[in-house]
Design a protein around this ligand. Sequence first.
Ligand code: ATP
Ligand code: MG
Length: 582
Amino acid sequence: MNDSHAGSKDGKDSSGNTITSNFIRHKVAQDLADNKHDGRVHTRFPPEPNGYLHIGHAKSICLNFTVAAENGGLCNLRFDDTNPAKESQEYVEGIKNNIQWLGFSWNGEVRYSSSYFSSLYDFAVQLIEGGKAYVCDLSADQAREYRGSLTEPGKNSPNRERTKEENLDLLGRMRAGEFEDGHCSLRAKIDMASPNMNMRDPVLYRIRHVEHHQTGRQWCIYPTYDYTHCISDAIEGITHSLCTLEFEDHRPLYDWILHALELNSLRAVSDLADSEATYVLPEQTEFAKLKLNYTMMGKRKLLEMVETNVVDGWDDPRMPTLAGMRRRGFTPASIRNFCESVGVTRSESVVDLGMLEHAIRDDLDKSAPRTMCVLNPLKVVITNLDEGHVEHISMANHPKDESMGRRDVPLTKEIFIDRADFEEEPPTGFKRLTGGGEVRLRGAYVIKCDKIVKDEQGNISELHCSADKDTLGKKPQGRKVKGVVHWVSVPEGVPVTVRLYDRLFNVENPESKDIEDYRQCLNPDSLIVLENCVLEPSAANTDASLNFQFEREGYFCRDEIDSSNDKLVFNRTITLRDSWSS
Ligand code: ATP
Ligand code: MG
């Protein structure tokens, strides 16, 4: 093992982030030490544009891009677009946007498997000419029957011994659109008795008369994922093809296809055609998918939640999509740190959602400026201040980071505090304001509640308090005041809507077999909308940061989609403390 390559042992990257060794970093380091690919490291991230990316994809993105970057390599972005019926340009754009937002840049132009369709077709012809593929007329049902099972070998297709001429003619006619969907398919001629079902003459091309988002009506036959992926990797000169464990059983097919097609001809069309590099076939390595508790992942499930209005779209802040997390206020750094901290292994395990929440708290604790926002306002009149009194209270934007500066917070005769910070009949140990009691206004004076004003229904409508003017930046004389509450000026404060988001599911495994329908375990409090909140003016007028800590309430960010000039909307990213861990 050559330890001189970055990433081969635990350490820090150039930005000071912790990097942890894993079996893929080890393998890449070893391959470099062996000069396996002429010292090249070239990875790719291959999303299918059939939905938006989720946090699981982020793990794969981080892995592919960082492994390449740590070793002076390259990482391509390639849309694996062989299933046009479910794909769209909207998803292509969304995915590109998410990857850039995460902070990664792909090598060169965006790639599409569909741009290799003609090469893929030529390779299919080559396979037929080499006696390694044939056109099969079995229907989908028949093909399933012929395939056998895990305990029984399959049977050869009646068309398996077609002549090359006949196969070439039929493939040409498939391409020319002579046949309907499903009429026949092109299959690899491997082994119907293989213990690996993927090797039982897998389908390489199927007929689909559908328009493709990149190639339009040019094709009515489309190559399968297995056939396309390995060849696309080879064409792009990928060295390390990293994918998730469900493809482990497909690896023999990946290798079979690349070996069945002669290396030299692949080299001729590859990105490496003009280079002197020794051409070594790409190698697939699998790692475990990220799974998170309290979360449903998988684009099919997420699409269903969108289509049935369980959530308000792919970018609903409760979704585990990158679009949703971004809107919720997650920072790219927090997601990258989380992906690094969960590590890369070959064993499937479920990660606690608390780890992701910890990652965002940790980042925002350091980076989010503090501000005050009263979520549930109760008016307080400070009787010993004049009408029109505006005093600028200087407050630090961050308690531990002076470089984040200070701001002036206007204090006026009328202010709001949170209803939860006043109790007429306080329970024992209550440290905030009570009738006749005292509390400190954060950064300002100690006030005393002299009078409770109620409306006709007996609800508290306002409090009349007096300020001890000798307590600005000073302890009160001869007594202790423990409680500190946040506040916002009535005339200067800005009305805002605040959305309190929480976990979407209230059970650890919404996909458990014991749960008939995941809708039964939706957390009814996953979204609470508060319409009458009041925000400190400085936070309403800044573009500098969209993420804030609302003191004592949590981390919030301005919703860029629903905020307008008339009304600002803030989303709660995460509470200050974990209220879910038991
Ligand atoms: P889904 O099941 O959510 O639809 P997918 O695997 O079908 O995901 P692709 O667009 O094909 O989605 O995936 C692109 C890449 O992301 C693949 O290499 C895939 O293995 C990887 N990936 C997908 N889900 C996860 C996950 N949960 N953890 C890690 N990597 C993942
Ligand atoms: Mg998929």
